[in-house]
Design a protein around this ligand. Structure first.
Ligand SMILES: O=C1O[C@H](COP(=O)(O)O)[C@@H](O)[C@H](O)[C@H]1O
Length: 255
């Protein structure tokens, strides 16, 4: 059963999320020296800023120098482009960390920017795959209003990504949400992760969460991941995203 943590607002959600991430970090560091974490782009990055950077409670608990940060999906654009997920993470997490005295930042793994614009998108994916660890301790997922997660989109055109079993990172072409060319983790990467955690906030996500939680709709990539890997899945959602959605009692309220 997936765990669903609901919060009244963005601030309390960011706090609960940071608490969860630190607990996963501690579990990983009990076993070794690395915390292998993958993050998504989009709205999630603001929650990471609010929880990991702004919330004073976690300042001394996050061991950044042991963090190895990867991207669940990336748009094939220059890293300083506004659409870059790495660029978004840099803005929300890495740059603010620079202003903290003596802070050692995480090790981050970005796409090979020199291949951008060369029509070498399979190579961008293959090179990124070669950087991945054997498995992740934690993967932070988003959920688009169409039910996509990573850059795994619903529908026929992108079925090939959900069917991929060999490549751990694949080129997503013709993305319905710009930019059109992206790379994405495939399901085997999610399947082998220790923990998968979705973050979804705001009323625009409500209709899709209704289909995931009430309809158990596995035609939606976010629904499929939730159903198939439920024992490792958690959702962090705010009240607006699950308004009038009936959530089974095995799940928890984070407030
Ligand atoms: O395009 C993307 O969208 C999803 C969802 O983003 P959100 O802003 O609706 O939360 C995101 O998880 C993914 O990383 C990103 O490339």
């Amino acid at each position: 059963m997936a765990s669903i943590y609901t919060y009244d607002n963005s601030k309390t959600l960011a706090h609960g999320l940071a608490q969860y991430i630190v607990a996963e970090q501690d579990k990983a560091l009990e076993k070794g020296k690395r915390f292998n974490i993958a993050v998504s782009g989009g709205s999630q990055l603001k929650a990471l800023n609010a929880g990991l950077i702004q919330d004073p409670q976690f300042k001394d608990k996050i061991q950044w120098s042991h963090w190895h940060v990867y991207f669940c999906d990336e748009r094939i654009v220059a890293l300083e482009n506004d659409d870059s997920n790495y660029g978004g993470f840099k803005k929300q997490v890495l740059d603010p960390l620079l202003s903290v005295d003596g802070a050692l930042g995480p090790t981050c793994y970005a796409i090979n920017e020199s291949l951008v614009g060369l029509s070498e998108n399979d190579r961008v994916a293959a090179e990124y795959e070669s950087l991945l660890p054997d498995h992740f301790d934690l993967i932070l997922l988003g959920c688009g209003p169409d039910g996509h997660t990573c850059s795994l989109f619903p529908g026929k055109t992108h079925e090939y990504l959900l069917q991929e079993r060999e490549k751990r990172v694949a080129w997503c072409h013709s993305s319905p949400k710009p930019p059109a060319d992206r790379i994405t983790f495939t399901l085997p990467v999610l399947e082998s992760a220790q923990a998968l955690c979705f973050v979804a906030e705001g009323a625009s996500k409500q209709p899709i969460l209704e289909r995931v939680f009430e309809g158990h709709d596995t035609t939606l990539p976010a629904g499929l991941v939730t159903e198939h890997y439920q024992s490792s899945v958690s959702w962090f959602v705010d009240a607006a995203a699950v308004k009038d959605v009936s959530i089974k009692k095995e799940t928890y309220s984070g407030n």
